[in-house]
Ligand binder design. Structure first.
Ligand code: DGY
Length: 321
């Protein structure tokens, strides 16, 4: 029988994923779920034919240059690949895959949760009750913003953006969107296209970010663009922290330009931004958009499907380079 390919799974994945990987590969797992340093990643690359990493492992140009030629494929357990220098990996002849589709619904759910939480001041209310400081009630108490019937802007109408648009249908919102290209009418489902973010933002009483982190989207939401939003808008980000200039966001939240924000992702992860944590009108989560049992299994299986195809001599379904 042919030897199984040697695979390193960098983080603790779902039980079903690890069991399938152990069945089909000569696998190295990480039961302690510790984060490996760049030097350790380079050292591991000498021991395996394939790596199945998460967005917590960075394959930047330096790491890629030092990696062993033994590694033939990086099968990411993530849809985002901003932790990978794709050009450097391509130049080295390493195949890179990701896990699109399978996390769209879970991420859209977290976007909805954060949008409601920011609009209805859920984080603030929870902190108040939890701290034992809820000592009065009045019609003027903790009044928030209603989502129903408002205008929503979606920046990035890829799979997650479209899943989010579908999810909010019950709120009767008028949906506007920015995308590099307009969607075909059947995917657009009545949403209104804007060819520039500057044209979109003045319509957005609510805005949700769903585009990838690239050099072009770095600080996509900055002071100039916050100024284009209607007074009292609500911002949600479940995509990547680098899409927002956090200093400008803090100014917009402090001045009331934004009534609130819901954030699952930050410029600095893990940890987030302690200055944002001082503001009551921001609801924050620790990058858990795809963290459901169902989605973790689906992500793991999708990454393994890509590996299986590669080692069967086929092109993986989610090959990026
Ligand atoms: C993704 O898949 O990109 C999520 O952010 C989790 O890594």
């Amino acid at each position: 029988m042919a030897e199984k390919p040697a695979l390193w799974i960098t983080r603790k994945l779902s039980d079903l994923t690890e069991a399938r990987a152990a069945r089909d590969y000569d696998v190295q797992l990480n039961p302690e779920d510790r984060v490996f340093t760049p030097d350790e990643i380079v050292a591991k690359s000498h021991e395996v034919d394939a790596i199945l990493p998460c967005h917590s492992e960075h394959f930047n140009a330096d790491v890629v240059a030092r990696m062993s030629d033994r590694v033939k494929i990086i099968a990411n357990h993530s849809v985002g690949v901003d932790h990978c220098d794709l050009q450097a990996l391509k130049a080295k002849g390493v195949v890179v895959t990701n896990t699109p589709d399978v996390l769209s619904d879970a991420t859209a759910e977290i976007a909805l949760l954060l949008m409601l939480a920011a609009a209805r001041r859920a984080g603030e209310g929870d902190r108040l009750v939890r701290a034992g400081n809820w000592d009065s009630w009045s019609p003027a108490f903790m009044v928030g913003t209603q989502m129903t019937g408002k205008r929503l802007g979606i920046v990035g109408m890829g799979r997650v953006g479209r899943a989010f648009a579908k999810l909010v249908q019950g709120f009767g919102m008028e949906i506007h969107y920015y995308n590099r290209r307009p969607l075909p009418p059947e995917q657009e489902a009545g949403a209104i296209y804007h060819a520039a973010i500057e044209d979109l933002l003045p319509h957005c009483q609510f805005v949700s970010l769903h585009c990838p982190a690239t050099p072009e989207t770095l600080n996509l939401m900055n002071a100039e663009r916050f100024a284009l939003l209607p007074e009292g808008a609500i911002l949600v980000n479940t995509a990547r922290g680098t899409l927002i200039d956090e200093a400008a966001l803090i100014d917009a939240l402090s001045s009331g330009r934004l009534a609130g924000a819901g954030l699952d992702v930050f410029q600095l992860e893990p940890g987030g931004n302690p200055q944002l944590a001082k503001l009551d009108n921001v609801c924050m989560l620790p990058h858990i958009g795809s963290a459901t049992r169902e989605t973790r299994d689906a992500m793991g299986f999708r990454a393994l499907d890509n590996l299986d195809a590669f080692f069967a001599g086929e092109k993986p379904g989610d090959q990026l380079v």
